[in-house]
Design a protein around this ligand. Sequence first.
Ligand code: FAD
Length: 498
Amino acid sequence: MNKKVVIIGGGISGLITGIYLQKNGYITEVLEKNAISGGACIGWERKGCYIDGCLHWLVGTNPSSAFYQLWKETKVLDDDTEIFHQDDYAVFKLDSGKTITIWGDKEKLRQELTAFAPEDKKNIDKFIKLIKRFESIEGPIDRPKDLMGLGQLLKIAFTMAGAYRLVNKYSKISCAEYFKRFKNPELRECLTSFMAPSYNFMSLLYMLSRVTNKNGGIPIGGSLELSKRVQNYYLELGGKIRNNAIVESVDIKGDTATGVILQSGEIIPADWVVSTTAVEHCLKDLLGGKYPVKEIDLRLSDMDKNPIYTFTTAVFKCDADLSCMPLSTHVNIDPPIAFDTEYTHLTVRNYSYDKTLKTTEGSTVVQVSVRGNDHMYFWWKDKKVAGSYKQEKQKFGQTILDILQDKFPELNGKLSVIDVITPCTYERYLNSRHGSFQGFVRSTKSKTLPGNSVIKGLKNFVLSGQCVFQGGGMPPAGCMGRFSAQRICKKDKKKFVY
Ligand SMILES: Cc1cc2nc3c(=O)[nH]c(=O)nc-3n(C[C@H](O)[C@H](O)[C@H](O)COP(=O)(O)OP(=O)(O)OC[C@H]3O[C@@H](n4cnc5c(N)ncnc54)[C@H](O)[C@@H]3O)c2cc1C
C-alpha cells in the first residue's frame, strides 16, 4: 500500500514537494490555509486591474541553469512560457536630472557607467569582471548535501573551491563598503542603494550576473498564472489540495509525526508530514516549540544579525500606456518617508512589459515600494495595535501619489491608488516572520543556513520551504520541494524518479 504524505502549505515549495512525491508513487495531500494555492507567488485583482504579488525576476530562465531543469520538471516553466528579459534592468533618476541605467548587457553597462563616471573606469571594469565571474557560479541542486556521497562532495569541493572563496569573500562585504572605492558620489550612492538594506555585496553580484546572463528573466503571464500551472500539474498527477485548511499542529506520538491536526479539530493521519510554512511558525506553533533546531533558533533570537526583508508598497492604476518608461525606476526622496526610520529611496515598477496582465482599457499598473526589515514590520504592527493602521495605509498611499506626481509630472492626474500592502499583509496571509516573504537576508553578519531539513529527535517529519535556505526566494522554495521528496524516498529506500 502506498504511503501517505501530508504537506503543510500550498505555496511553490509545497506544490513542488507534492509533484515529486506523486511521481514517486506516494499519496499526497496539500493543506493550505488560504482560499487559493500559491502562497507568496500570487496576484489579485483590484478595480479591474491585476496586481502581481511576486515575481520581479526568476533565477533559472536560461536553459544552461540547473534551476531551468527544475522549473521544467515541475511546470513552473512549460514549453509555451514566454520569458521577458529586461534590457534596461533598472534606471536611477537622479536629483541632478541625470539618469544611470543598469543594462542587462554587460558591455552596455560598462559603457554607461564609464560615460557617467570616467574617473571610476578602473573600478567599473573590475565590477563588470566580477559580474561576469558570478555568471557561472551556481551551487549544485541535484540533491541535498547530506544525501550526497563522498565522491560527489569531493568533486564539488574540487571544482567549486574558487567559486566558494569568492562567494565567501563578498558575502562579508556590504555594498556601501565595496562602493566606497568609487570616486563619483552619484554613482557610488546609486550602486550602494540598489539592493535593499542589509544585503551583502555578493547578493548584488548574484542578482546582476543572473540578469546579464539572461538567467533572471520574468515569466510572462504573472505569478498567479505560474502558481496555477504548477498546481494544475500537481492535480494532474493525482495530488489533492485542501484550501481553507488551517493546520493547528503536527500530531506527534512518541517523537514520530503521525499526521496533522486542523484548526477545525479534524485529524489527518499520514506516514510523513512535510512543513513548508515559514520556519518560525512551524517550529513555534505547529511543533509547539518542543523540537529546537539550533541553527534556526540562533537566527530567530538575533534579528539584527539575521534580518528579514520586507516592503511597504502602494499600487496605482495609471491611465496611460507606460511602455516607454523603464521597468524599474529608482528615485531619491526628500523629505524622506518616516516609518521606523527615514527612507530616502523608492522603487517604481511598471507592469507594461506584460500585455497579458489584466488592466482596464489604456491603463497600466504601477507599484511603488519602500524596502525595509524587521523594524518596518514593528512600526506597522504598532499602528495595528493602536487602531490607526487603515489611516496610515491611506496616508502612505497619498504620500507616494504626491511624490510620483512631483517626480513624474507627465503622470499628473492619471494615477489613482488601488491598494497598499504592508509587512502586516504578508504576516496575515503567510504566517510569516515579521512580514517577510523570503528567508533570512544574506547580510554581512549572517552565516549561510545549510538547508538541512532533519529535526533531531522527530521522525517522519521534514522541515521544508524557502526559509530553511539562506536568502529564500523561488529557487530555494523549488529546491526544498525536490529535496523533501528525495529525503522521504531515501528513508523509504525508494529510488527517486523525476
Ligand atoms: C512582493 C514579493 C516579491 C517577490 N519577488 C520575488 C522574485 O522576484 N523572485 C523570487 O525568486 N522570489 C520572489 N519572491 C519570493 C517568492 O514568492 C517566495 O520565495 C516563494 O513563493 C516561497 O514559496 P514557499 O512555498 O517556500 O513559501 P510560501 O509561499 O510562504 O508558502 C507557504 C504556504 O504555507 C501556508 N501556511 C502557512 N501557515 C499555514 C498553516 N498553519 N496551515 C496551512 N497552511 C499554512 C501559507 O499560506 C503559504 O501558502 C517574492 C515574494 C513577494 C511577496
